[in-house]
Design a protein around this ligand. Sequence first.
Ligand SMILES: C[S@@+](CC[C@H](N)C(=O)[O-])C[C@H]1O[C@@H](n2cnc3c(N)ncnc32)[C@H](O)[C@@H]1O
Length: 318
Amino acid sequence: MLELAYTQNKAAIRQLWDAAIIKEFAINRQKKLDYFGLPGPDIRDLVDWKDHIGFITGVEYSDLKNGRDKDVQIAKISKLMQNLMLLDHSENWEVRKGRLEDIILNGADVDGNKPFKLTLEKNRPSNMYYDIHNWDFQGGLGYSNRKNVDDKVEAIKRCMQLQRGHPFLFLLTLNVRHNLKKEPKEYLLARAREHKELEEILNWYANKSNKRGMDHYCTKALVPLFIRETAHQSSYDCFTYPPLYYQGPSEHLLHFVFLLSPKETILPSFSSQEFSDVVSQPLIRVEKGKFIFPEQHPSFNKNQAVNFLRGHNLPIPK
Ligand SMILES: C[S@@+](CC[C@H](N)C(=O)[O-])C[C@H]1O[C@@H](n2cnc3c(N)ncnc32)[C@H](O)[C@@H]1O
């Protein structure tokens, strides 16, 4: 059963935040956007963004070896398929079963079916051509079993390689709980040493990892820098929107949106948005469906943040 707070917050994010970004991107691209991601059985994201969505690859967990959850998984997949049919995309959708991370890393789902807009040709690099990825996870980073390798992190890197050359929006939702141990703090402290002018802000985010209930600030700062760095390796210009923080069904979640524009360079590329602008973005909290500014990093410039949001037709927090 979904908690009311989660449902209200999630609806506000989909309808007021993501929808504005998706609309702007669809207008710029002058096309409907082909979707790869986790719509869940109720496909509320696809319903809210319907006017701008083209082909849909909806992914849902399936691990039929796991007897305990087998009936729940089958019921979810069948509801997902029914709802996709009702959405009037009768010819224009598919369901792929399994962990999203595995589908990206293996190129196929548990039945051996590949996503429609993934091309795997012999002796040629594989390519993926989706316009919007919605990786709406409930879990956090760092929980895979393999030593010092996390499937979510690896899948993000692989996704950038596969999508190379194709513009897309990347929506990423993560549980604030992670299992990266001291790595986020060390990553931010290292960036602080490289960027002396941002040292105070980066140290502030890094040190939040030591404070109970405040670790999400550290993840808020880490994820955009990691995505940006990964995007550069695949020759993308990465534009980051301010991260959102909200109550999930049982945990707190962070929601990120990135606009990836191909640069077609041979070497790793760079972004037109300044590193300092990404680091200085606010964290926005969504509570009871309303957008608010919680505590912010030192020397936070509220006017600058509000101007950014206004310029992108995004909700202005109280
Ligand atoms: C948060 S819900 C999707 C909500 C939907 N996007 C919305 O906006 O209403 C995530 C769905 O994806 C499934 N899911 C979560 N993590 C997954 C993963 N790693 N691989 C496959 N399915 C996953 C869950 O079972 C659930 O149905």
